[in-house]
Design a protein around this ligand. Structure first.
Ligand SMILES: Cc1cc2nc3c(=O)[nH]c(=O)nc-3n(C[C@H](O)[C@H](O)[C@H](O)COP(=O)(O)O)c2cc1C
Length: 227
C-alpha cells in the first residue's frame, strides 16, 4: 500500500542530501600573512620593472612570495576593507583568479586565501613554464574595468621588480580564457599576467644610467623654475 509517511521521509532525506551537496564549502587554500614592509625602495623597483617572457622551467614561486604578490596586486591594506589599488567610486569590481598547475583559484583578499574555482591545470598552453598566471576578471562591458586591470598589473609588476620575479602582461588571451572558463555573474577575463623566475636578468645599474635617458635636460634651458 502507498505509505505517505515513508514517502515524506524519503523526500526529506533526498532534500537533505541535496542540501548537503550544494552547501558544501569550496576547497580553500590559506596563504601566509603577506609581508607588508621591506623590499626595494620604490624608485629602484621602477628602475627594475620590465617584461620577461622566458621563465625557468619547474622553478616554483614560494607561497610567501605568492601571498606578497597577491597582496601587492589587490590585497586589503586598510581596516575599512580598501585595497592596494584604487577603483572607481570604490566599487572594487575586479577579481584576481590564480591559474596554477593544480587549478584555477579565486583570490579572496579579505581572508587572504585562495578558493578553488575549477580543478585542473589552468595555465595557458604556451605559458606552462610559468608556475603562476593571474587572470583579471571584471564585469563584462564595464567602462572602468580596463583601468582597474591596469592598476593591478602595474602593482604586480612593481612587486616583481622588487624581488626579481619575471612577469608579462597578456592583453590578447581574454578570448582563450573566457572560452575555457565561465566566470560568475556575467564577469569575464579582461587580461592576464604570467609570473616566473626569469631565465636571465636584465638589471640596469642605476649608477650607470644617464641622468635623463633619452629625454634631454629635465629643465629646458631658459626656463626659470622659480616663476
Ligand atoms: C595592456 C598590455 C597588453 C600586453 N599584451 C601582451 C601580449 O599579449 N603578449 C606579450 O608578449 N606581451 C604583452 N604585453 C607586454 C608588452 O609587450 C610590454 O610591456 C612592452 O613591450 C614594453 O616592454 P616593458 O614592459 O619591458 O617595458 C602587454 C602589455 C600591456 C600593458
Amino acid at each position: 500500500m502507498f505509505n505517505v509517511k515513508s514517502l515524506l521521509w524519503s523526500m526529506a532525506l533526498v532534500g537533505c542530501l541535496q542540501f548537503s551537496c550544494t552547501a558544501q564549502e569550496p576547497k580553500t587554500e590559506e596563504l601566509p600573512a603577506p609581508t607588508r614592509s621591506g623590499g626595494k625602495p620604490i624608485m629602484e623597483a621602477f628602475n627594475n620593472r620590465h617584461t620577461e617572457r622566458k621563465f625557468l622551467n619547474d622553478k616554483q614561486i614560494p607561497k610567501q612570495i605568492l601571498s606578497n604578490l597577491l597582496w601587492a596586486t589587490w590585497g586589503v591594506n586598510r581596516d575599512d576593507g580598501r585595497h592596494t589599488a584604487p577603483t572607481a567610486k570604490n566599487n572594487q569590481e575586479i577579481e584576481v583568479y590564480v591559474a596554477k598547475a593544480d587549478g584555477l583559484w579565486r583570490y579572496d583578499p579579505a581572508n587572504n586565501a585562495l578558493v578553488l574555482f575549477q580543478a585542473g591545470d589552468a595555465r595557458l598552453g604556451r605559458f606552462k613554464e610559468a608556475p603562476v598566471m593571474f587572470y583579471y576578471v571584471a564585469p563584462d562591458n564595464d567602462h572602468w574595468a580596463p583601468m582597474h586591470v591596469g592598476s593591478l598589473y602595474q602593482n604586480a609588476g612593481l612587486y616583481c621588480a622588487s624581488v626579481g620575479l619575471g612577469n608579462v602582461v597578456l592583453g590578447s588571451v581574454d578570448k582563450e580564457i573566457n572560452a575555457k572558463y565561465t566566470f560568475p555573474k556575467g564577469w569575464v577575463a579582461i587580461a592576464a599576467q604570467a609570473f616566473g623566475w626569469p631565465e636571465g636578468t636584465k638589471r640596469i645599474d642605476p649608477s650607470k644610467m644617464p641622468k635623463n635617458p633619452g629625454r634631454g635636460p629635465a629643465i629646458p634651458s631658459g626656463v626659470d623654475i622659480k616663476k
